[in-house]
Design a binder for this molecule. Structure first.
Ligand code: PLP
Length: 232
């Protein structure tokens, strides 16, 4: 577990790298949001990041999120990453601002059903398995258009864009290629107007590759160990 000072220093450094990557690719740095991936970290580490202005956090387990959210001030913004089991949806609420891992019909159905019952519209990203990695979740790129067609029938689920995870085995150049493909997929579907769908967001890039992701158009980068140190 890192000290408050180290988390502070790491955050300052990552923020600088985010900004430099944006500037290098002729983008307004304000169009890239840094999400601090705080999974497995104790709430004290999130509080340390909060002290230096971090507000957007990403967690991957519903139970863990519920435990931590109680400790943090209520102006935090919570993102859910990682596979979401349908039987966990009932524990979510409107404090979750974005679900990054909409990756199958059954989850779409459950989210809509729970949203309808409780008066919540879920903001989501469709997770795309752009690397066609059999170990990874996500729709295949060619499935995405049909999936978005059906989102229209589920009014309590909105889609704001796409999320992907680079393949673990890929070289930096391959990874950059995957990010570029996701951006191209987004651009090819952007002009189609589906109600409840706006494909502005691209959630891609983690500690090892967030700069490449920004060069390829990421609007949300998910950085964990570069901020909080290794996960126990
Ligand atoms: C854990 C995780 C991250 C952060 O990974 P780091 O390598 O620690 O930056 C980002 N995205 C997803 C989906 C994750 O599960």
């Amino acid at each position: 577990m890192l000290t408050q000072g180290s988390i502070e220093r790491n955050l300052v450094e990552v923020r600088q790298r985010v900004e430099q990557a944006a500037v290098r690719s002729n983008r307004d740095p304000r169009t890239v949001r840094l999400l601090a991936v705080s999974k497995t970290q104790p709430h004290t580490c999130l509080e340390a990041a909060y002290q230096v202005g971090q507000r957007a956090f990403a967690e991957n387990r519903v139970q863990e999120w519920l435990e931590k959210v109680a400790y943090l001030p209520n102006d935090c913004e919570w993102h859910l990453i990682g596979r979401l089991q349908t039987n966990k949806v009932k524990y979510l609420d409107s404090r979750i601002s974005l679900i990054h891992s909409l990756d199958r019909f059954s989850l779409l159905e459950t989210l809509n059903e729970q949203g309808e019952r409780r008066g919540i519209i879920w903001n989501t990203l469709v997770q795309v398995n752009i690397a066609r990695d059999s170990a990874k979740a996500g729709l295949m790129p060619e499935e995405v258009s049909d999936f978005l067609n059906s989102v229209v029938d589920y009014p309590n689920v909105h889609v704001q864009g796409f999320m992907t995870i680079g393949a673990l085995e890929a070289s930096p150049m391959e990874t950059q290629g995957f990010f570029r493909q996701l951006r191209a997929l987004r651009d090819s579907l952007y002009s189609q107007k589906w109600p409840g769908v706006d494909l502005y967001q691209l959630s891609m890039g983690m500690s090892r590759d967030f700069e490449q992701a920004i060069e390829e158009g990421a609007t949300l980068v998910r950085v964990g160990h570069q901020i909080f140190g290794d996960r126990g």
